[in-house]
Structure formats: structure tokens, C-alpha cells
Design a binder for this molecule. Structure first.
Ligand SMILES: Nc1ncnc2c1ncn2[C@@H]1O[C@H](COP(=O)(O)OP(=O)(O)O)[C@@H](O)[C@H]1O
Ligand SMILES: [Mg+2]
Length: 236
């Protein structure tokens, strides 16, 4: 479904991504892990069209490297942001409607109702999205907004960060439900090993912009290179 071919991004003297290549099959739930600053969000920005990169990005065998953000949303690439960004002065429902028009090119209130229901936001639908929500509700809205764009591929950037373990398990269950219900392919950035192992069939690891491991979560988390990248032990 998605193929990255030698993707590189440079910010001044910093190589944020260096020759990153991997392939993602339809229906997979892939964990994207790595220390802070490794390039995970930059990779999402490349896939979703916010950041231009060297190399190629293919989606369903089409080269989308030159497609701008809104066109990538229309082909079915949806994402969340590390810091939830609801649109100011709009209600929860209005936020979803704007996302749907942007990403799917249509306004389908029944679908919005369904998403509100699945994400347990029906009661909050008419609240102001910026001032009227608690942290967990904001996180659910961030996911709901991405769903409203009607994605085939959903990129989740640390949506579980800051939750305590019970809430994390609830959210993980919800993500499995969304995966099945909407037939999604998912890439999730998440630090918690237990969550990745529970949710993902596969994980890839970035360190200093390079892909250093790719395998099942169990394989990846016992890979010495990965352990080193987390403990900060230098390697050649
Ligand atoms: N717009 C930008 N301009 C300059 N440097 C950036 C920019 N975005 C990210 N970086 C740098 O690129 C590296 C990777 O960042 P990021 O992709 O956010 O890492 P992660 O999400 O894995 O924590 C970091 O060193 C970060 O400071
Ligand atoms: Mg990040």
C-alpha cells in the first residue's frame, strides 16, 4: 500500500531522515519507534505531504512524491498531530465536518455521527473544541478528525502519550476496533513497548534519521542496536 524509497530530509546541516526505505502492506498495524529527535514526526510529515523529501513515496503503486497535502488526504492518507490541534472557535462536530470536506471532499453528517459515536464524543459534539474538552477527549477528537478525512492509511503520532496505563489499554482496544471497523492500515508512533507489542504485528525503528530495525515487536525490542539507541550507548 505504501512504499518509501530512499527518503531523505535535510534541515540545514541536520539529516532528519537518511535513505529511509520500507514497504507497508494493506491492513498492517506498524509501530514506528525510536528516541526523541529520531525523525518519526518528520517521516509522517513526508508521508502526509507537509515536508518535501528526496527519494520517492508510493501509495497504491502511484508515485505521490510531488502531491501536496490536500491531495494526499484525498487519496486516503490521514494523520493526527503530536500536539492536538482543534480548529479555534469551532465545535467538535464542526471540526469533524471541516476535516471531512478537506479529506473526503464531501459532507456526510451520518458518517460524522458514526465517528462521534465510535470515539465517544456524541455528548461533546456541540462543545467548543478548544476550551470545552478534557485531555482524553482532545485525544479522541484528534483521532476523530483524522477518521473524518476518511483515510485508508492512518498515521497516529504519539496519540497515547501522557495517558496512564489503564487509559492506554482502553485507547489501544479502541484502535483495534477502528482498524477492523474502517478497514484501516495504521502506522503508530508510540514509546511504550507493551502497547506496541499488543497492537502491532510489526515495528520499525528510527535512530538519527536512519531505519535501524524492522521486524516483529519481539524481534525489534531485543535487537542490540535498538537497545543501544534507547540507552544512549554509542555504537559505530
Ligand atoms: N522544521 C524543522 N526545522 C529544523 N529542524 C527540524 C524541523 N523539524 C524537525 N527538526 C529536527 O529534525 C529532527 C527530527 O525531528 P522529529 O521528526 O520531530 O523527531 P521525533 O518525532 O522522532 O522526535 C530533530 O533533530 C528535530 O529537531
Ligand atoms: Mg515526534
Amino acid at each position: 500500500m505504501l512504499r518509501l524509497d530512499q527518503v531523505s530530509v535535510r534541515f540545514g546541516g541536520l539529516m532528519a531522515l537518511k535513505d529511509v526505505s520500507f514497504e507497508l502492506k494493506g491492513g498492517e498495524i506498524l509501530g514506528l519507534v525510536g528516541p526523541n529527535g529520531a525523525g518519526k514526526t518528520t517521516l509522517f510529515n513526508v508521508i502526509s505531504g507537509l515536508t518535501r523529501a528526496r527519494g520517492r513515496t508510493l501509495f497504491n503503486d502511484k508515485d505521490i512524491s510531488a502531491l501536496p497535502l490536500h491531495k494526499r488526504a484525498r487519496v486516503g492518507i490521514g494523520r493526527t498531530f503530536q500536539i492536538p490541534q482543534p480548529m479555534k472557535h469551532l465545535t467538535v462536530r464542526e471540526n469533524l465536518t471541516v476535516a471531512q470536506v478537506f479529506g473526503a471532499g464531501r459532507n456526510d453528517p451520518a458518517r460524522i455521527d458514526e465517528i462521534l459515536d465510535v470515539m465517544q464524543l456524541s455528548e461533546q459534539a456541540d462543545r467548543d473544541a478548544q476550551s470545552g474538552l478534557a485531555l482524553q477527549e482532545l485525544k479522541r477528537l484528534e483521532i476523530a478528525k483524522a477518521l473524518a478525512t476518511e483515510p485508508k492509511l492512518l498515521l497516529l503520532d504519539e496519540v497515547l502519550a501522557g495517558l496512564e496505563s489503564q487509559a492506554k489499554r482502553q485507547f489501544t482496544g479502541k484502535l483495534k476496533e477502528l482498524h477492523a471497523r474502517f478497514g484501516l492500515t495504521i502506522v503508530i508512533v508510540e514509546h511504550d513497548i507493551e502497547t506496541i507489542s499488543d497492537l502491532c504485528s510489526r515495528a520499525v525503528v528510527l535512530n538519527f534519521g536512519q531505519l535501524i530495525a524492522d521486524g516483529t515487536p519481539a524481534e525489534v525490542f531485543r535487537n542490540p542496536l535498538v537497545v543501544e539507541s534507547y540507552t544512549g550507548t554509542p555504537h559505530a
